[in-house]
Design a protein around this ligand. Structure first.
Ligand SMILES: NC(=O)c1ccc[n+]([C@@H]2O[C@H](COP(=O)([O-])OP(=O)(O)OC[C@H]3O[C@@H](n4cnc5c(N)ncnc54)[C@H](OP(=O)(O)O)[C@@H]3O)[C@@H](O)[C@H]2O)c1
Length: 293
């Protein structure tokens, strides 16, 4: 049995995935734009991901753009049956690396076809609608039009499961009234806990919550309480951050991003870590957004 399965398996829509997954965004160039410095090394990381037993890779065609999907195809196609690739649409990249809204029906259809072509697939396993009222944080706004367009592409057989990203609880409710939602992907980690209430309500309904920036993203998590917890558990701070998420709720799936095989191995080891109560309560000092509990 692969070590990664110790964290368990979760039903993501109609697909089973290991709760310990992998996020491919770090494989593109600086600012998630252009090719990686070392293409061969990126291929090695992706193959190590699958060799470890991980069955959930998160990507998007707007990483690079096209770069991470093309790397995934080069490294892993034809894909193992068990592998689930989750992608996202709703944004595009400017030539200056900017992130722009691309959520008209025509833009979404074109993005789905870009993903299919660059990943070498006939159907996408899971597509998240990346909502962009504010690129940096969930912001209220109507998602009916883009989500309905995505649901039509699902009806055409181009998409198996639909998820939402960068959304409020109200948008999740609106989305669920339009179509079945397999997962929600928002920013959440030890230090950023605005979604506590949302996570618990999704857990009740068996919907996956997939935190992006689980390690803090472009500013990796740093806190005295985290370093202290890591010493206490004889682990690294990043392993504690991941173990905390796994323990936080059974519907949380991990997609830590890394361009390093060494970091990938360290991240996988977090599945063996059990954080005792005293460590959990000391880590609570780090969290923000607790007012919504
Ligand atoms: N839906 C959205 O809007 C959205 C937004 C952002 C990201 N995402 C998805 O979420 C995934 C995860 O987010 P992320 O990659 O941006 O952030 P992250 O997983 O929080 O952190 C990645 C950073 O941590 C470093 N790192 C990873 N493992 C480490 C370890 N064991 N020790 C020390 N440093 C380590 C990485 O550097 P190294 O490369 O050197 O390891 C990288 O700088 C992405 O890959 C992407 O698929 C989605």
């Amino acid at each position: 049995m692969a070590e990664v399965t110790r964290a368990g398996i979760f039903q993501l829509g109609d697909l089973s995935v290991t709760r310990m997954g992998y996020g491919a965004m770090q494989l593109a160039g600086p600012h998630v734009f252009g090719p990686p410095k070392d293409r061969a090394a990126a291929i090695v990381v992706l193959r190590a991901v699958v060799e470890s037993g991980i069955t959930h890779i998160d990507t998007s065609d707007f990483y690079g753009p096209h770069v991470t999907n093309q790397l995934i195809r080069e490294a892993l196609h034809p894909y193992p049956d068990a592998l689930t690739i989750v992608t996202k649409v709703g944004a595009s990249r400017g030539s200056d690396a900017s992130w722009n809204v691309a959520s008209s029906a025509a833009e979404l259809e074109s993005a789905v076809h870009d993903n299919l072509r660059n990943l070498g697939l006939d159907t996408l396993d899971v597509v998240n609608l990346r909502v962009m009222f504010d690129v940096a944080a969930p912001t209220e706004g109507d998602i009916e039009e883009p989500l309905t367009a995505l649901a039509e592409l699902q009806t055409k057989g181009l998409i198996r499961n639909i998820g939402l990203s960068n959304v409020t609880a109200q948008q999740v409710a609106q989305g669920r009234a339009i179509t079945s939602i397999a997962c929600v992907q928002n920013m959440y980690n030890l230090a950023h806990r605005n979604d506590d209430t949302l996570i618990d309500s999704l857990a009740e309904d068996g919907i996956a919550y997939v935190p992006f920036f689980p390690l803090g993203g472009f500013s990796p998590l740093q806190a005295d309480a985290l370093s202290h917890a890591a010493d206490q558990c004889e682990a690294t701070p990043m392993q504690v951050a991941l173990a905390w998420l796994l323990q936080r709720s059974p519907n949380i799936l991990l997609i830590p991003g890394t361009s390093s095989v060494e970091h990938l191995k360290q991240n996988i080891k977090s599945v063996n870590l059990h954080l005792p109560e005293d460590v959990l309560s000391s880590l609570d000092k780090i969290g923000s957004g607790k007012t919504q509990d």
